[in-house]
Every structure is written in C-alpha cells, then in structure tokens.
Design a protein around this ligand. Structure first.
Ligand code: HEC
Length: 159
C-alpha cells in the first residue's frame, strides 16, 4: 500500500533528524518554555536521556558554567577553590531529593525552591527588563548540561 511507503520514509527522516552533529543519537530536547512542572517537580529528562556524571562534575565546578561552588560546598570538590557558603552544602543532597525535584531546582529555582532565592535558574529564558542583550532568549546551561549536573548531584550521597 502507498501510505505504508510514505510512513516508512517519514520514519526514516525522523530518525535521521534526531541524530546530533556528533553522530550520537539524542532524544527530543525540551525547550526552556516547554518544561513541565508537576508539584514543583520535573520528571522528564530535558534531553530524553540520562546525563553524564563526569561532564556534570565539570560544569558544576566551572566558574563560567554552573559556578555552583560560588555558593555551595561539597566534600567531593573540597580541593577546588572558591567555595561559597551562601547556599547549603550539597553533601548528601541525593538522599534529600528525588531526581525530579533536583531537576526542577536546576531548571527554575524560583519555582522549585522559593520566589526570592538568589540561586540562579539554569534553564529558564532570560527575558527580563534587566537582561543584557546577549542573554535574551538564552539559558545559562544547555539541556544536556542540566542533565549532566543532575547526574552528578545524584552521586552526592551520605555514607
Ligand atoms: C548565587 C548563589 C547560588 C548559586 C550560583 C547556586 N546556588 Fe544552589 N542554592 C543557593 C541557595 C541560597 C539555596 C538555598 C535556597 C534558598 O535559601 O534560597 C540553594 C539551594 C540549592 C539546592 C537545594 C539544597 C538543599 O539541601 O535544600 C540545590 C540542590 C542546589 N542549590 C544546587 C545548585 C547547583 C547544582 C548549582 C550550580 C549549577 C547551584 N545550586 C548554584 C544559591 C546558589
């Protein structure tokens, strides 16, 4: 049947377009304004896949990316400089929060923590009146970086 052929072609095209430039297949990436919060949690991976712990650890410590160490300490990265104490230490954070809650905190801290928190939202479009031009329509971290940091946070368990 003809429609069967069209369907096969469409499926082939769909599978080609979901392959990233690096040649690695990614699932659907969720756009910042399409992230779904249910009870202040985000249960679906932003990339459709699990993050990478080692990359997440780097993003976490990188002052131009997550810069989490500016406000949070944790024992795993105790040798790194610039530990802030503005936010709570993140040791054992994986015991305190489920993945969906941690993802929500990273995506939009104002929704997941509190409206007045000074913690940045890492996957929210910056379109406020005080947003510098170069940041309009951008997020601090990419969907993949958020998932990587999340994977790293999930390793922070108290033993
Ligand atoms: C400018 C400071 C700042 C930066 C940068 C920051 N945070 Fe936070 N974070 C906070 C504060 C403050 C809180 C506590 C909530 C509050 O009081 O507003 C918090 C809370 C959290 C919590 C909840 C912890 C708990 O025990 O309840 C997590 C998880 C977290 N931050 C992760 C991160 C990660 C991961 C990064 C980097 C990607 C980051 N934060 C960057 C300030 C910051």
């Amino acid at each position: 049947m003809k429609s069967g052929k069209y369907l096969a072609a469409a499926l082939l095209l769909a599978s080609i377009s979901s392959v990233g430039l690096s040649g690695v297949a990614y699932g659907e990436t969720t756009a910042p304004d399409a992230v779904k919060f249910v009870d202040d949690e985000v249960s679906k991976s932003l990339t459709g896949a699990a993050g990478n712990v080692e990359s997440g650890r780097k993003v976490f410590a990188n002052r131009k990316q997550g810069n989490c160490l500016a406000c949070h300490a944790n024992k795993d990265l105790a040798s790194q400089p610039f530990h802030g104490e503005v936010g709570p230490p993140l040791d054992g954070v994986a015991d305190r929060y489920e993945a969906a809650a941690l993802r929500a905190i990273l995506v939009n801290s104002k929704i997941a923590l509190n409206e007045d928190t000074i913690m940045p939202s890492f996957y929210r479009l910056k379109n406020g009146v005080r947003t510098a031009d170069k940041f309009v329509g951008k997020t601090v971290l990419s969907a993949e970086q958020v998932e990587d940091v999340l994977a790293y946070l999930q390793t922070l368990k108290d033993e």
